[in-house]
Design a protein around this ligand. Structure first.
Ligand SMILES: *[C@@H]1O[C@H](CO)[C@@H](O)[C@H](O)[C@H]1NC(C)=O
Ligand SMILES: *[C@@H]1O[C@H](CO)[C@@H](O)[C@H](O)[C@H]1NC(C)=O
Ligand SMILES: *[C@@H]1O[C@H](CO)[C@@H](O)[C@H](O)[C@H]1NC(C)=O
Ligand SMILES: *[C@@H]1O[C@H](CO)[C@@H](O)[C@H](O)[C@H]1NC(C)=O
Length: 345
């Protein structure tokens, strides 16, 4: 009785899974790390842009599309050589942004209506939930956020009694907290380091958000930097807390990022067409891609594998096919998912 109650609770609360440990003891990797495309769209969807990615507990992937439409691509058996893709559509939106798991097989996603690339229609930002526990996926509208300008990364700040997410708003330079039960939202954090650079060609401030050891980590695209900010257990910035610079990249911008088990920051540099890794307090080094290559061209976000034996050394990245900054000035391609092998890195 006691055991079964505990097991149930653990399931409901989204406990941390025991995951395979990646093989990096040898540190023998040579750069660039091996990378292979495991899934790519075709030209029937012009200007396709994958924006973010989440890993399911069974090793499947969920990939959000920013354009041309509000689809979540569910990719089954991503490393099998013949992955199966199905689409979950989000209503009243034509673009999707960040995605995060809030309890086992339940994900929150940010959505909106865009009139052109990176041009949101004012007042159209929303948050949705996707539930994959049943035989068919279901979606649930959580809330409209009329004051939001341009939502971006999403991070879970859920606990057993209260599912919630932090959502970056790169237009306002703010992070919102959205309660997924009530749909209520409030400002969680707003510090100068979240602001875009006003005269940047594409002004984008706070972009990716991650919660780790009780701190909020966020990327600022225009600063090509990652910062840390102290938050409380609800995800609200500690009063008077200051953002601390933890990583900086030699890139015009960075997009979303992920933190590995050694505390290193893996960033998708998007316009630089690379994945770069920074140790805390350091400048990033390029581990995959090149500005003149399509390998990870226009990469937007990453997720670490680690649910299955086959993905324990994999980092997945998704791309926008360089549609906003063509390689060599002219070359673009459909959006894709790339598996990077970090064995020995
Ligand atoms: C988006 O495009 C795909 C591929 O054409 C299609 O299957 C899907 O239904 C579309 N989704 C929406 C929300 O229009
Ligand atoms: C869960 O989150 C809610 C809302 O942030 C908070 O009031 C509550 O104390 C939290 N519970 C635990 C067990 O941390
Ligand atoms: C990234 O792109 C910027 C221009 O946007 C360039 O100055 C910089 O050298 C590039 N960095 C690398 C590592 O290619
Ligand atoms: C870009 O140009 C360089 C130099 O000419 C070439 O090596 C590279 O293959 C080109 N990239 C693409 C994607 O065509």
């Amino acid at each position: 009785m006691y055991v079964s109650t505990l097991a149930l609770l653990a399931f409901a609360c989204g406990n941390v899974l025991a995951t395979p440990t990646p093989d990096h003891a040898a540190r023998s990797a040579t750069l660039p790390l091996p990378a292979r495309t495991i899934f790519q769209l075709d030209d029937t969807l012009p200007g396709s842009w994958f924006e973010n990615i989440a890993l399911r507990r069974n090793g499947d992937l969920l990939v959000t599309m920013l354009q041309p439409n509000a689809s979540v691509y569910s990719i089954q058996r991503p490393l099998s050589g013949s992955p199966v893709a199905s689409i979950i559509s989000i209503d009243n939106a034509n673009g999707l942004l960040g995605i995060a798991e809030t309890s086992p097989d339940v994900f929150a996603v940010a959505a909106g209506i865009f009139s052109a690339l990176a041009t949101p229609v004012p007042g159209t930002m929303t948050v949705w939930e996707i539930n994959l526990r049943g035989p068919e996926p279901t979606t649930r509208f959580i809330t409209k956020m009329p004051e939001a300008v341009f939502l971006n990364g999403v991070a879970s700040i859920s606990n057993c009694s209260s599912p919630a997410v932090l959502v970056a708003d790169n237009g306002l330079g703010r992070v919102w907290r959205v309660d997924l039960k009530t749909g209520e939202y409030e400002t969680a954090a707003e510090v100068p380091e979240m602001q875009s650079v006003a005269d940047a060609p594409l002004p984008i401030g706070v972009n990716g958000v991650k919660v780790r050891n009780g701190d909020l980590y966020f990327s600022n695209s225009n600063h090509a930097s990652i910062y840390r900010l102290a938050i409380d257990k609800d995800g609200i910035a500690v009063k008077g807390a200051k953002a601390e610079l933890v990583a900086k990249y030699d890139a015009g911008n960075i997009d979303d990022f992920v933190i590995d088990e050694r505390g290193q920051f893996w960033a998708a540099t998007n316009f630089n067409n690379t994945v770069a890794v920074a140790k805390p307090g350091s400048t990033g080094i390029v581990v995959v891609g090149e500005s003149t290559q399509l390998t990870v061209a226009g990469d937007t976000a990453l997720v670490l594998g680690g649910r299955t034996k086959s993905d324990k050394n994999i980092v997945y990245t998704v791309t926008s096919g360089a549609v906003a900054g063509p390689v060599n000035g002219t070359v673009t391609e459909p959006a894709k998912i790339v598996a990077i092998d970090r064995t020995g890195f």
